[in-house]
Design a protein around this ligand. Structure first.
Ligand code: ADP
Ligand code: ASP
Ligand code: MG
Length: 405
């Protein structure tokens, strides 16, 4: 008998018909002899709807209140699924993040899980109950509700699987696995049987939202086997697991794009020691995550310095950048938000050369200008105009021979 955590995303619980279908899937696993713990998202579109409501009330909503609001979406689906399972004759019970003991830090809207007091949920499982847990939420040490960042139900599922030493964590969604590119953008994309934690982490952090990146980090740290499957069609799905030799043979395993990007440029910055520290010290202190940084060769004793940040942080960053510019004596600040990042990921890049050259050639052939480049051992990313993102993904996918065979 195995212990399986099954997580269903927003589209899988989008209406009553789908909730009943999920109940049937859970029932099937139980009848096959598995012990099952279910984690759910809110109905699709619900979290976006709540965010919109908040912005109708306040320009910059208080983050504690935001979490109180956002955590309600998942309460609706867990109660409905528990009812559906009970009407099939199972002893199912819904639990909020607080009730399953998910303790986080106090970074409202993007809290990190600190520990899980899993005794209550373990006791429920021992009694044969099917726990149906609200994803995406926890509480901090002050007992305030927190949320785990968008897509955070994946993290709830993986973290519970780790805490309960589950045999596997199945992420049920609207695609039947992890593909070589978003199948909704590249119809010729191929499903992969296996992806390494490391590749999946890069893909997820670089925009492939099929798994939340923190959930992959957590799965890798605790060695949780994660399977991505479809709620709607049967299939083997994709196993996210430790790297093996076969994986290294593949140079590029995925292409991904991320629109959630904005670029800030300081123009005419004095080129002297301590300036970068002052800029990025202040940006970091405001909790804005900087991704790529480029400093131009200086002309005279002035230089230009650009960096990218999440687009949602742009309003906060602009105000701050203007203050910093005054402080350090920079001439001006320029902002561009219609940008996107396209990336190639693959553990095979460690042992194969020429990937960057082929990537740049492909983009050049498409007439796409590269504004910034960054690389790591297993990925290459280019910042380009947002309007060219899908064209770039499709042409790279083709250039690296990733289509269905
Ligand atoms: P859920 O609501 O179930 O959490 P998400 O919308 O968060 O689902 O994630 C599933 C979506 O991820 C798919 O519909 C697909 O468009 C997108 N996606 C992006 N990149 C990939 C990829 N490489 N493989 C599979 N799906 C991807
Ligand atoms: N409902 C949350 C969101 O839309 C969490 C999730 O679905 O994973 O981001
Ligand atoms: Mg998701």
């Amino acid at each position: 008998m195995s212990l399986v955590v099954q997580k269903f995303g927003g589209t899988s619980v989008a209406d009553i018909g789908r909730i009943k279908h999920v109940a049937d899937l859970v029932a099937r696993s139980r009848r096959a002899g598995d012990t099952v713990l279910v984690v759910l998202s809110a109905m699709s579109g619900e979290t976006d709807r709540l965010v919109k409501l908040a912005h109708e009330v306040a320009e910059c909503p208080d983050e504690r209140e935001m979490d109180m609001l956002l955590s309600t979406g998942e309460r609706v689906t867990i109660a409905l699924l528990a009812m559906a399972l009970r009407s099939l004759g199972f002893d199912a019970r819904s639990y909020t993040g607080r009730q399953v003991g998910i303790i986080t830090d106090s970074m409202h809207t993007k809290a990190r899980i600190e520990r899980i007091a899993a005794e209550r949920i373990q006791a429920a499982l021992d009694k044969g109950i099917i726990p149906v847990v609200a994803g995406f939420q926890g509480i901090n040490e002050q007992n305030d509700v927190t949320t785990l960042g968008r897509g955070g139900s994946d993290l709830t599922a993986v973290a519970l699987a780790a805490a309960l030493k589950a045999d596997r964590c199945i992420i049920y969604t609207d695609v039947d696995g992890v593909y070589t590119a978003d199948p909704n953008v590249v119809p010729a994309a191929r499903r992969q049987d296996k992806v390494s934690y490391e590749e999946m982490l890069e893909l997820a952090s670089l925009g492939a939202k099929v798994l939340q990146s923190r959930s992959v980090e957590f799965a890798a740290k605790y060695g949780v086997p994660v399977v991505v499957k479809s709620t709607f069609v049967e299939g083997r799905g994709t196993l996210v697991t430790k790297e093996d030799r076969d994986m290294e043979q593949v140079v590029v395993s995925g292409v991904t794009g991320d629109r959630n990007q904005a670029k800030v440029t300081f123009i005419g910055v004095p080129d002297k020691p301590g300036i970068a520290a002052r800029i990025f010290g202040a940006i970091g202190a405001a909790n804005i995550l900087v991704d790529m940084i480029i400093q131009n060769v200086s002309q005279g004793d002035l230089t230009d310095l650009s960096f990218t940040i999440p687009r949602a942080d742009l309003p906060k960053a602009v105000d701050l950048a203007k203050r910093i510019a005054k402080d350090i004596g920079a001439k001006s600040v320029e902002v561009k938000d219609q940008i996107a990042k396209v990336s190639l990921v693959g553990v095979g890049m460690r042992s194969h050369s020429g990937v960057a050259g082929r990537m740049f050639e492909t983009l050049a052939r498409e007439g796409i200008n590269i504004m910034m480049i960054s690389t790591s051992e297993i990925k290459i990313s280019c910042v380009i105009e947002e309007k060219s993102m899908e064209q770039a993904i499709r042409s790279l996918h083709q250039a690296f021979g990733l289509e269905k065979g």
